[in-house]
Ligand binder design. Structure first.
Ligand code: M6R
Length: 607
């Protein structure tokens, strides 16, 4: 959740560290800080809030030094203020940390008893003092770091630097990712390869339990017992995407508008349009042989998986168990010999999703992952990956990654249906053609922006919103509510429309907008009945439907958004667009920080 950087360089590193932190700001933006060593002294600048505040601080009070570490924080222990901002110091030790030290309270008590004073409320400061205490016992810097690491429980990526050694940073990984970058007479550490992309594409990823001694001219990696280990150096395909909104106000707006292109690229990867087949590819499991697919993911990725469940079960008759990963990892789900597991993650680093994957690994199930970042930990630990070709997604609210995940899931469902003998070649051809039309219809849906923007002005005045849908529109209702609350801070709930009368109907009054996603499908009439129930109680209905649905809805609405008439299989992909735009424009009217909403982070590498 936090982003960390370290550079053992040739030129002053503070500006370079800030540059790398900009690429990591998606991981958290509660505070930021940089420390360097110059002329034998540790120097530090920290600032509450976004990175821009740190940059201003550094303009006023620059830092010299060709070795340094930096951090952008998503607060876990201690409020987001300057005192709790990293780097943390203990005598000659400077440290930045991503993760949670679970035994920090116990360690802190022992350190206080030994006379160490704590300046912050963070768990990280414990690590700085632990290393210091080991130094005070007479260990050298490398041995002291190793001894401290052995005392830590929890998840961490760390960079440690010592006053007195201007040629060494120690990195350690147990859980959250950490990459070492190889330069010309310079070395780098970063939470991901993208952070290091302006400096180098030559990357070595540390594995769990690894710690590394990084010097200008060398890299040594050890396991937790202190044995030397070898890790492959590879060429990262990470792009130095930073960071251009083009003519858009926000990344989220840009990413919404990129969807026709990226969904098209993603579909082309999985579908052979010329021959009308879903490509077999190198799936790590045989759809014809498995009898159950376990799916786990978080947030929007989970909701993509929930849509996928409808598709796999409907088209391929393949039963799907789907959980939010934070539940999956602890509920001890039995996996039969014929089960396979599928994980979905934009970042490929989400801690709960990764833990669920590891649970399935232990259970012996073959593992596939739908990921947007191909070098991520989830990608590396899977037996096979299904990439989404969304490109880097910068906005914290997921948009294009979601529709690309849907594109992959729909393509896989068609493939599974064919492999399991539930559709013939003619039906497969039809489904592939229908999927190929998704980008065209997404483009048409984007043209609804002016109407949706107008409606969003009204929505920005309300305190609560209900979203309703049936079938694949139920996960879309959940996604619409998630999108609205995360960027506009308006309370929103998504429900299966049929559940309305089992509780939420009590909320309906004249103040309550109810957004109903109801294209004219086989259960359209059922949803119309639910709308009648809302209308009878004075609720304000905003109907998202197609032309046939609009003509036949027979219910008074506050507004009706008419989405193109589309084949059933691409309906969720196309209907996602009005959900995203409604949330986006509402947030713009509310004046919130659309791309970096409060309290959130793009990549959630803690439990
Ligand atoms: O990187 P992941 O796809 O694993 O992230 C999962 C969720 O944290 C993510 O989808 C989150 O819910 C988004 N902010 C939703 O817009």
């Amino acid at each position: 959740m936090c982003g960390i950087v370290g550079i053992v360089g040739q030129a002053p590193v503070a500006p370079l560290i800030v540059d790398a932190l900009k690429r990591l700001e998606y991981r958290g933006y509660d505070s930021a800080g940089v420390a360097t060593i110059a002329a034998g002294k540790l120097g530090r600048r920290r600032a509450e809030g976004k990175l821009i505040n740190l940059e201003r601080r550094l303009q006023d009070e620059p830092l010299d030094g060709t070795i340094g570490i930096g951090h952008t924080r998503w607060a876990t222990h201690g409020v987001p203020n300057e005192t709790n901002a990293h780097p943390h110091f203990s005598k000659d030790v400077a440290i930045v940390h991503n993760g949670i030290i679970e035994n920090f309270a116990e360690l802190r008590t022992g350190l206080i008893a030994d006379g160490y004073e704590f300046a912050s409320q963070t768990d990280t400061e414990v690590v700085a003092h632990l290393v210091s205490r080991e130094l005070a016992k007479g260990l050298g810097p490398v041995e002291a770091a190793h001894a401290a690491l052995r005392q830590l429980e929890g998840a961490f990526a760390l960079a440690i630097m010592y006053r007195g050694d201007e040629d060494m940073i120690i990195g350690a990984r147990n859980g959250p990712p950490l990459a070492v970058g190889h330069g010309e007479g310079e070395m780098y550490l970063g939470s991901d390869a993208i952070a290091l992309s302006p400096f180098t594409n030559a990357i070595t990823y540390l594995e769990d339990g690894d710690w590394a001694v990084v010097r200008r001219g060398s890299l040594e990696i050890f396991d937790i017992d202190g044995n030397r280990v070898e890790r492959r150096r590879q060429q990262s395909v990470g792009t130095s995407y930073l960071v251009d909104k083009g003519n858009y106000r926000h990344f989220m707006e840009k990413e919404i508008h990129e969807q026709p292109e990226v969904v098209s690229q993603t579909l082309a990867h999985y579908l052979d349009f010329a021959n009308g087949v879903a490509r077999r590819g190198d799936t790590p499991f045989d759809f014809a042989k498995i009898d159950r697919l376990a799916v786990a993911a978080c947030g929007t990725a989970y909701l993509a998986g929930l849509v996928g469940k409808y598709w796999f079960e409907r088209y391929a008759r393949l039963p799907v168990d789907i959980d939010v990963a934070s539940e999956f990892r602890y509920r001890e789900m039995p996996l039969t010999r014929d089960s396979a597991a599928l994980f979905i993650s934009q970042s490929g680093e989400t801690a709960d999703t990764l833990a669920s994957l590891r649970y399935c690994r232990q259970a012996g199930a073959p593992i596939g992952a739908i990921v947007n970042v191909r070098e991520s930990t989830i990608a590396r630990e899977s037996d096979g990956i299904f990439p989404t070709l969304a490109g880097p997604e910068i906005g914290v609210a997921s948009t294009k990654a979601f529709t690309c995940q849907l594109a992959v899931l729909a393509s896989l469902a068609v493939r599974a249906a064919a492999e399991r003998g539930h559709i013939d070649a003619a039906r497969e051809r039809v489904l592939v053609r229908e999927l190929s039309e998704a980008p065209k219809y997404i483009n048409q849906a984007l043209k609804l922006a002016p109407q949706i923007e107008k409606l969003a002005r009204e929505l920005s005045q309300v305190k609560h919103v209900l979203y309703l849908g049936r079938d694949t529109n139920y996960p879309l209702a959940l996604e619409g509510a998630l999108k609205l609350k995360e960027i506009s801070y308006i309370h929103a709930e998504g429900y299966a429309a049929g559940e309305l009368k089992h509780g939420p109907i009590a909320l309906i009054d004249e103040q309550m907008p109810v957004i109903v996603i109801a294209p004219h499908d086989r259960i359209f009439e059922k949803t119309v009945s639910n709308m009648q129930e809302v209308a009878a109680r004075g609720g304000k209905i905003i109907l998202i439907t197609d032309a046939r649905g609009a003509a036949q809805s027979s219910v008074d609405t506050l507004d009706t958004i008419v989405v193109p008439d589309v084949p059933e299989i691409i309906s969720p992909i196309v209907h996602a667009l009005p959900m995203q735009m409604l949330a986006y424009y509402t947030a713009v009217f509310m004046g919130t920080d659309v791309d970096q909403p409060r309290n959130l982070a793009k990549s959630v590498t803690v439990e």
